[in-house]
Design a protein around this ligand. Structure first.
Ligand SMILES: O=P(O)(O)OC[C@H]1O[C@H](O[C@H]2O[C@H](CO)[C@@H](O)[C@H](O)[C@H]2O)[C@H](O)[C@@H](O)[C@@H]1O
Length: 353
């Protein structure tokens, strides 16, 4: 470890030691002991590498495509951690700007970006693109060129935010290079840039503290990421957000032909992987279908005609997933969207009669 970094860590630890009492340390120690046996393993689900050429070829041969994209670690570039900052500036990968523009401008393609991040970050990055946005995992939706609408958010739904914030602040102070983000309806403590083992131990401890605040009031849920802990209102997932968008598309009756191609890709948290298995995407080989899984009568017109070979669900940068496929990282996402854009561009094979 470089001397400068070692000194910085020592300074941080010294401040921490001086700030807390012997009582605090004793409680933490007991907490660590208590947690030593409480780690649950993730279910291992094997995913194959996404065949980018095939995904692009099928895209090129389809008439009405739906592209569902995550934002962080899918469409973003490299992030620099800045010590002391609680907000991490997420920026659309510059290499994706052109292909994304081509895809959004294609009249036979609907592009949706679904993110856990807030409206302002999405506005900053996607103001120039004709696409649907879902912020805070679907709490807020925006269709191309319109204002945001709020799906169900009421202030009292996040009455727990104050106590959660105190816990997150406390753990941010005692975990070097961790940070927390306060979104409109959720809070996230992130230890991606901290020492891995120390971060994990702190996370276990943090969960105990959250438990002490009795978040079991049913209006909030704790969501664990590989290097983060979020608290958000119950019932909010990316799958539900996409369902809502599909319903909106249908209500607006803007689709001349059924959706016959779906690509759903992102670095989604396990909690949000319901996005890959929506009833709308559940196709049986060779079966023509309309709105399968939708119980309400007015859903009978949901416009899908999706052959399984035209459905691509893909996780980015993860080992475990319920998606069919994986891509290693954002560089591979760039290649994928470039290939789709090439298939969408005027004069491409798909354009020929
Ligand atoms: O919602 P997105 O914009 O598509 O971003 C996906 C999630 O990104 C962040 O989580 C990721 O980083 C965490 C910390 O490094 C890690 O623990 C988690 O497993 C990753 O998925 C963000 O914290 C989430 O809110 C986003 O949903």
């Amino acid at each position: 470890m470089p001397t400068e970094e070692r000194e910085k860590n020592h300074r941080h630890n010294y401040e921490l030691v001086s700030r807390h009492t012997a009582q605090d340390w004793a409680e933490n120690y007991v907490c660590d002991l208590h947690n030593a046996t409480s780690k649950a393993p993730l279910p291992a689900i094997h995913t194959a590498v996404l065949p980018i050429g095939e995904a692009a070829a099928q895209y090129g041969q389809s008439n009405n495509r739906l592209l569902i994209l995550g934002f962080n670690a899918t469409l973003t570039g490299q992030i620099q951690f800045v010590e002391g900052r609680t907000d991490i500036e997420l920026k659309l990968n510059p290499e994706l700007k052109q292909p994304l523009k081509t895809l959004c401008d294609n009249e036979n393609t609907t592009v949706v970006v679904v993110s856990g991040y807030g409206r302002s970050i999405l506005d900053e990055n996607f103001a120039d693109y004709k696409l649907w946005l879902a912020a805070e995992n679907g709490m807020f939706l925006r269709q191309p060129g319109e204002e945001w609408i709020t799906m169900r958010y009421e202030q009292e739904e996040i009455s727990w935010a104050g106590s959660v914030k105190k816990v997150f602040e406390y753990f941010t102070q005692r975990t070097p290079r961790s940070n927390f983000e306060q979104r409109e309806t959720s809070l996230v403590w992130n230890y991606k840039y901290a020492d891995v083992q120390f971060g994990r131990n702190q996370a276990t401890d943090l969960l105990q503290h959250l438990g002490a605040y009795s978040l079991s009031n049913q209006s909030s849920v704790i969501v664990q990421g590989s290097r983060s802990i979020e608290v958000r209102p119950t019932g909010v997932t990316k799958g539900k957000a996409v369902d809502e968008i599909i319903r909106e598309l249908d209500l607006r009756n803007t689709m001349a032909t059924p959706i016959d191609y779906v690509l759903c890709i992102g670095h989604f948290l396990a909690k949000d992987e319901d996005i890959y298995t929506l009833p709308s995407f559940d196709v049986q080989p060779g079966a023509k279908r309309k709105g399968k899984g939708c119980q309400a009568e007015d859903c009978s017109s949901v416009k899908f005609d999706l052959n399984p070979k035209n459905y691509f669900s893909c996780t980015v940068g993860r080992e475990h997933s319920v998606a069919q496929y994986n891509l290693e990282g954002t560089n591979e996402v760039v290649s994928l969207l470039q290939d789709l854009a090439a298939a969408a561009a005027p004069g491409s094979m798909s354009d020929q009669p």
